[in-house]
Design a protein around this ligand. Sequence first.
Ligand SMILES: N[C@@H](CCC(=O)N[C@@H](CS)C(=O)NCC(=O)O)C(=O)O
Length: 343
Amino acid sequence: MKRSLNTMTIAATFALAMPALAAPTMAAGLLDQVKARGSVSCGSNGQLPGFGLPDAQGNWTGFDVDYCRAIAAAIFNDPTKVKFVALTAKDRFTALQSGDVDVLIRNTTWSSSRDSQLGLNAAGTNYYDGQGFIVRQSIKVNSALELNDASICVQQGTTTELNLADYFRANKMKLKSVAFAQLDEALKAYDSGRCDAFTADASALYSVRIKFSKPEEHVVLPEIISKEPLSSFVRHGDDQWFDVVKWVLFGMLNAEEYNVNKANLDEQMKSENPDIKRLLGTEGSYGEQLGLTKDWVYRIVKHVGNYGEVFERNLGPSSPLKVTRGLNALWTKGGIQIAPPVR
Ligand SMILES: N[C@@H](CCC(=O)N[C@@H](CS)C(=O)NCC(=O)O)C(=O)O
């Protein structure tokens, strides 16, 4: 008892003499660290044309890549201030958890266990997808329900692998799945005839088809067997960074909704529409509230484009993938892409 009283006295005296040291020191948040470092580190897909792929010179392009560039544009007014890290299905989550990357934007499905067990937050769904199958036309299969006893190539460490087993079990079909750790191994196996079908997110099927030796000889079957909201991810525990990553996407979506694009951006800066004024920062201080600048959306649209422009450039009818907007049309155009308001 005496001893603990003494300890308390010493502690109290110390606290009085050194009040500054006794106060908890706040670690700088990730946004401040990224600003100080001068670039954002983004975990990307290095193998998926249209979504994430570096060329021979190391220039990255794709729909997910542009989301990373938009984050850099919002923070630095410079879309090149990104360090891309190519991540496979298997290593993507540890790379984010360990802090190797600040954000993961790599055709990754938002699910409960990734939010909870993996300690991550899905920040924004930039592409609503679902799982499908691709087969060689020559096997004359028109529906996934005709794949009983077929061999199916799939990549490990994905939601795809789990959905495949569920779908076959639910439909009482016999599954011969052939699972690979690497995407290129799975594709090679399918392309060389080792599997009757390859299964992945529908977006990925359009993307990998252009890699096959004879793309026109393969068809995507009509069934979509799951929901795959492909989202950006951050680590738990840093709400400001979480906000920045989600609001960059919402900024791009709102820009499309209010017809703010690369071509009319400077004209729209003079708009009297209150929604556009708040979005572009000619009224209010919504950017500053996020830890960014007033012109954060101006920067994104100027350097990268609005959501529709980014979709069009990487995935749309004039791109090699030729994906239609479908679910990813804005809520005002029959789709489910909706961003909360800036206000
Ligand atoms: N959305 C699914 C699948 C994502 C996925 O990793 N798909 C594979 C098959 S297309 C892929 O992108 N692989 C590329 C790689 O591992 O390098 C998930 O989050 O688990």
